[in-house]
Design a binder for this molecule. Sequence first.
Ligand code: NI
Length: 136
Amino acid sequence: MKNKLVRFGVSLEGELLRRFDAFIGAEGYSNRSKAIADLIRKEFVTDVFAKGGQVAGAVTIVYDHHSREVVNTLLDIQHDHGGIIISAQHVHLDHDNCLEIIAVKGPGAKVKALADALKSVKGVKHSTLSVTSAGR
Ligand code: NI
């Protein structure tokens, strides 16, 4: 029963609805229901992450391949956070740059601590953390 679809009515200002329809159209949604459900889930993920609950995610880092110090520091940090790292993929972007994609799953605070530690390493050019639902 918990996954049964339930219809409900929503009242919005006309201008807000017009902007919402334009927004979700540009995002590729063909109807409002899926768009609204996704927005709700996005807020739930943000809330779970903020409260330190279980999340999944991906950390991406781009760094200078020639700096052995960066490579070693990034590896040390990953070994220190082994409990929340599911896998790591290394891509040789070009002659100078490496891209690493680290899949993580764990408490929000630990995921954030890992992402913060990686991005603050000298020599890391750019880093992102994408947080998503752990599936529950
Ligand atoms: Ni590489």
